[in-house]
Design a protein. Structure first.
Length: 117
């Protein structure tokens, strides 16, 4: 059974930091690109960071320079370090595993991040 379990969300003041974790089980983690998405109420789910199975990273302009994605293949875990948080970063953050060589992908249940004073 495949499971992606996010943790680390919460309430933080503007300018603060949070680090999200996503622990994967039931998959050959090394063969997956790992992604973080977010979805704010009434909005579409948007990609915020990607780390390929080879370790290359991608960020949209909205988070570039503030967010850092990393992975620990030995722990089958992907991280998202978020700095200089803004109220517009408030959303549910989802972990996604996307197979590098086929069409399989999986989603976590999401973790709420709220940036507010």
């Amino acid at each position: 059974q495949v499971k992606l379990v996010e943790s680390g969300g919460g309430l933080v003041q503007p300018g603060g930091s949070l680090k999200l974790s996503c622990a994967a089980s039931g998959i050959a983690f090394n063969n997956y690109h790992m992604n973080w998405y977010r979805q704010a109420p009434g909005k579409q789910r948007d990609l915020v960071a990607t780390i390929t199975h080879g370790g290359n990273t991608y960020y949209p302009d909205s988070v570039k320079g503030r967010f850092t994605i990393s992975r620990d293949n030995a722990k089958s875990t992907v991280y998202l370090e978020m700095n200089s948080l803004k109220p517009e970063d408030t959303a549910v953050y989802y972990c996604n595993a996307d197979h590098a060589y086929s069409h399989g992908q999986y989603w976590g249940q999401g973790t709420q991040v709220t940036v507010s004073s």
